[in-house]
Design a protein around this ligand. Structure first.
Ligand code: NDP
Ligand code: 8X3
Length: 256
């Protein structure tokens, strides 16, 4: 029987790239997201190149009842949970911030991740086997102006990841985090700026990581021998050295 990975937020960006990498390595996939048409398209694409089982779950991680209902429909044991669904909304000083942006980030990045962990972890503890991999961010390592609430959510992910590792190691459940800097081939910037395509052009003058780079690092975390737990991978593109330290003199690594 194939191993099984559940990836939240697999309709685009890092989650989508991660689905392709795990499928290529023979994992059955449980893919989640809110956009059903996208989920169906992802499944179709993956089945063109691999013969793994792909299960789709369309729900909003912000609502515990939806998470619970979705997980009740799953009988296959989950070997790896990748808590990837997340977003930034806005880039504003705290004294000008929009409450609806804050609520959406907190409910998705923190509460959604907690809900999915609460629902999937009991099976892992019972089986004495499993791996939880959370999407943190460079924003959960270093703060930056106007990052306030997004940074706070990713610091929460960092703290939660470290805290639950102290509980799960005795059950042979691995707990890891990946903390990337800027990542392109995602909808992150477009979502942050509410589909203002001009504002979302933030990668025109440097090469950030690609979604595939992050996906490969996630697979590296998951594919270590069972006695190895990668606690965290803090990774950036070569032209980035901090959230506010970016060499914006051009896309040095694009193929000519
Ligand atoms: P994308 O916007 O491309 O992907 C986000 C995914 O999350 C989508 O599949 C989206 O699916 C899903 N999602 C968002 N909200 C919800 C929700 N309420 N319920 C269910 N699914 C949801 O961005 P990225 O791939 O960049 O983001 C993935 C993760 O990586 C996030 O946690 C982000 O914070 C983190 N990250 C991103 C970086 C970047 O620069 N891009 C850098 C560091 C970390 P749908 O809309 O279909 O529900
Ligand atoms: C995404 C990276 O710098 O936009 O987590 O916060 S950043």
């Amino acid at each position: 029987m194939n191993k099984c990975v559940l990836i939240t937020g697999a309709t685009s960006g890092i989650g989508l790239a991660t689905a392709h990498v795990f499928a290529a390595n023979g994992y059955d996939l449980i893919l989640t997201g809110r956009r059903e048409d996208r989920l169906n398209k992802v499944k179709e694409e993956i089945l063109q190149s691999s013969s793994v089982n792909v299960t789709l779950l369309c729900f909003d991680v912000r609502h515990y009842s939806e998470c619970e209902k979705a997980m009740e429909s799953i009988s296959q044991p989950i070997d790896v949970l990748i808590n990837n669904a997340g977003l930034a909304r806005g880039l504003d000083y705290v004294y000008e911030g929009k409450i609806e942006h804050w609520d959406e980030m907190i409910d998705t990045n923190i509460k959604g991740l907690l809900y999915m962990t609460r629902l999937v972890s009991p099976g892992m503890v019972a089986r004495k086997s499993g791996h939880i991999i959370n999407l943190g961010s460079s924003a959960g390592k270093e703060v930056y102006p106007k990052g306030n609430v997004y940074c706070a959510t990713k610091f929460a992910v960092d703290g939660f990841t470290r805290a639950i590792r102290t509980e799960m190691h005795v059950h042979n459940v691995r707990v890891s985090q990946i903390s990337p800097g800027h990542v392109e081939e995602t909808e992150f910037a477009r979502v942050r700026f509410e589909w203002d395509e001009e504002r979302a052009k933030i990668y025109n003058d440097f090469n950030p990581l690609t979604a595939k780079d992050v996906a490969e690092s996630i697979y590296f975390i998951a594919s270590r021998p069972p006695h190895v737990n990668i606690n965290d991978i803090f990774v950036m593109g070569t032209q980035q050295a901090g959230n506010m330290i970016i060499d914006r003199t051009g896309r040095r690594f694009d193929p000519i």
